[in-house]
Design a protein around this ligand. Structure first.
Ligand code: AVI
Length: 322
């Protein structure tokens, strides 16, 4: 089963890379930035003071954890805390600790495509919280949720933190929320973290650090093409470029070819030409306001039950119900 998933993922990577780099303008999906190296660089990004998102969400959860957990456990004596995208669990641990203080029986089900990420999380949790029941799932979010949804009758709380939803276009975000809704029973909830519109300079700084950590993160997609698909991208011949549109709230990452160049990707039998200053669009990081979130949630057929924010309103966490 694991092997089949891997082959399917490799094939999807190859097909999407071919499509994206032969389209005009060129593009690649940010989901392919993440491998072991991409995960490691993202961890470093989350430690950068300019990447305010992580600290803001952490503060919000820390300040409101009792109220949040009270809502999670309302009218239920058994819950399954399901997290989409396991990460290092730093923020989730706040909620797990708070849940441990109450009488509600609960388990934690992190879902991640990376078995490595799940193993790391499980071993740190078993050391810090040996009494918490952890039930990890390796796979894609929706597929795994469908499996979990069919087992047990605990109240499901689906965590989607870190503004991961912001890496989706609005249409895709609505479709994704609709898919989540299909797996929900009436009492289930989604706990959604969304980065907010703010001073455009603060946003640009979060995605444009002078140390080049975000640049290395963005370029990891080219490094993966080189190692996994026998490409010969010269990473030094591309520069990371970030733009932010304060009207739409969309931050976009590009890789810009600094000179005319040819690149070949052997495993795809592909020869590419880049003109000087030609771009590859790699990521969107959407920033929201209440109006936009209301519209997306409404289109997905869901309702906002509560919202929590840090003291500057930089980042908000919404509890969504059916
Ligand atoms: C994972 N995701 C929400 C991050 C973001 O803010 O879009 C990925 C990231 N890209 C550059 N820095 C961080």
């Amino acid at each position: 089963m694991e092997e089949r998933t891997l082959i399917k993922t490799d094939l999807q990577f190859a097909q999407e890379v071919k499509k994206g780099l032969t389209d005009f303008p060129k593009h690649l999906s940010s989901k392919f930035i993440y491998d072991q190296n991409g995960d490691r660089i993202f961890q470093k990004i989350m430690e950068m003071p300019s990447y305010y998102l992580t600290n803001c969400e952490y503060d919000t959860l820390k300040r409101n954890r009792r109220k949040i957990v009270d809502l999670f456990t309302q009218n239920s004596n058994s819950i399954n805390l399901i997290e989409l995208g396991a990460g290092d669990g730093k923020k989730t641990k706040l909620l797990l600790e708070e849940l441990s203080k109450g009488n509600t029986c609960f388990k934690y089900s992190p879902i991640d495509i990376s078995q490595n990420a799940l193993d790391l999380l499980q071993s740190s949790l078993s050391q810090e919280y040996p009494n918490i029941k952890v039930d990890p799932y390796q796979g894609t979010y929706i597929e795994s949720l469908k499996t979990i949804g069919n087992t047990g009758d605990e109240k499901k709380i689906i965590l989607f933190l870190g503004s991961n939803i912001g890496n989706l276009l609005h249409e895709q975000a609505v479709l994704f929320l609709q898919e989540l809704k299909k797996t929900m029973k009436d009492e289930d909830m989604i706990f959604l973290g969304c980065d907010q519109k703010k001073d455009p300079q603060t946003i640009l700084d979060a995605y444009n650090d002078p140390e080049g950590i975000t640049e290395a993160f963005n370029k990891n997609i080219l490094a993966r093409i080189n190692t996994e698909l026998e490409g010969n991208f010269n990473l030094d011949k591309f520069k990371h470029w970030e733009v932010y549109d304060p009207q739409t709230g969309t931050a976009k990452s590009y890789l810009v070819s600094i000179e005319p160049q040819d690149v070949s990707i052997k495993a795809l039998d592909l020869e590419l030409t880049f003109a000087q200053w030609e771009t590859i669009h790699t990521e969107i990081s959407q920033k929201y306001d209440d109006l936009t979130i209301n519209a997306l949630v409404d289109k997905a057929g869901l309702k906002i039950a509560r919202a929590y924010a840090d003291d500057r309103d930089y980042f908000k966490n919404y509890i969504l119900v059916k």
